[in-house]
Design a protein. Structure first.
Ligand SMILES: Nc1ncnc2c1ncn2[C@@H]1O[C@H](COP(=O)(O)OP(=O)(O)OP(=O)(O)O)[C@@H](O)[C@H]1O
Ligand SMILES: Cc1ncc(COP(=O)(O)O)c(N)n1
Length: 270
């Protein structure tokens, strides 16, 4: 039996809603074996990020080496990378292991406002990692930072997607969660030729911590199974839609999404 396997290279969220924890839960829910290489550890809950501790670069590398030496993943995603030194090492590893299904979630700032990427590391992310990516999944503020252009409309978002595509990824998905002015949430997929809009009803909830991590993890899981990028993105949207609709309502602040909602909605087979 061929077991699809996915690796996440990201930070730990002690509160369990975002980061490595969201990724592994999502892989598991989609029947994909999950593995992790930690870049940093955060002390975090639904109220915010109380502390960040970045791991030594050689130890980030060692974790990736250990996984590739034995359990070669079918797809890899990155999340919180924190520093330009970690980004340079992850880019080196991605090239060395010829990772073709590489999803970059360019995590910059937590929903509560804490910085999860040093500002000087944005250039490293764009120049060293994006050329190696199959898919990059910025939210609207991240797309603004990567392009230096403000986004106020869908046309602005399309322009940003084109500019980000010029950095080298095969696909750009500019997510629509931050487009608060609409009843519909639209994720925009650009493949270098045309756009596909993946839309769904906006869920009115505060419990949206970790939606970006969960989306990119679901996308990565589907790629690990051999799905094409567009169908993987559709499943990822459906997964997040279910996770937001059926939120758990835990914690005193911006709570996590419900990672088991999609499986429950679909029944046992996904
Ligand atoms: N209120 C909402 N209703 C429905 N879908 C949403 C909502 N908010 C976000 N999404 C979906 O969640 C996914 C992540 O989008 P978003 O733009 O929130 O990413 P993000 O800001 O990177 O997330 P994070 O806050 O975890 O960093 C997308 O598929 C988006 O469509
Ligand atoms: C370790 C880690 N990685 C990513 C996020 C982004 O998630 P959000 O924007 O929902 O806070 C986070 N808060 N923590």
């Amino acid at each position: 039996m061929n077991i699809p396997k996915a690796l996440t290279i990201a930070g730990s969220d002690s509160g369990g809603g975002a980061g490595i924890q969201a990724d592994i839960k999502t892989f598991q829910e989609l029947d994909v074996y999950g593995m992790s290489a930690l870049t940093s550890v955060t002390a975090q809950n639904t109220l915010g990020v109380q502390g960040v501790h970045s791991l030594p670069v050689p130890f980030v590398a060692q974790q990736i080496e250990s996984v590739f030496a034995d359990l070669r993943p079918d797809a890899v995603k990155t999340g919180m990378l924190f520093s330009s030194e970690i980004i340079a090492e992850v880019a080196r590893q991605a090239a060395r292991h010829r990772i073709d299904k590489l999803v970059i979630d360019p995590v910059m700032i937590a929903k509560g406002g804490a910085s999860l990427l040093q500002s000087e590391a944005v250039t490293a992310l764009v120049q060293q990692l994006l050329p190696l990516a199959l898919v990059v999944t910025p939210n609207i503020p991240e797309a603004e930072v990567m392009t230096g252009c403000p986004i106020h409309s869908l046309a602005d978002r399309k322009e940003a997607a084109k500019r980000i595509h010029d950095y080298g990824p095969a696909y750009v998905i500019v997510k629509g969660g931050h487009d608060a002015g609409s009843d519909t949430v639209t994720d925009l997929v650009y493949d270098g030729r045309g756009f596909t809009e993946l839309a769904g009803p906006r869920v009115d909830t505060v419990h949206s911590h970790g939606t970006g991590c969960t989306f990119s993890a679901a996308l990565t899981a589907e790629l690990a199974k051999g799905k094409d990028v567009l169908s993987a993105a559709r499943t990822a949207r459906d997964f997040v839609q279910a996770a937001l609709t059926d939120a758990l309502g835990i914690g005193g602040g911006q709570g996590p999404t419900n990672h088991w909602a999609y499986r429950r909605q679909k029944g046992v087979s996904v």
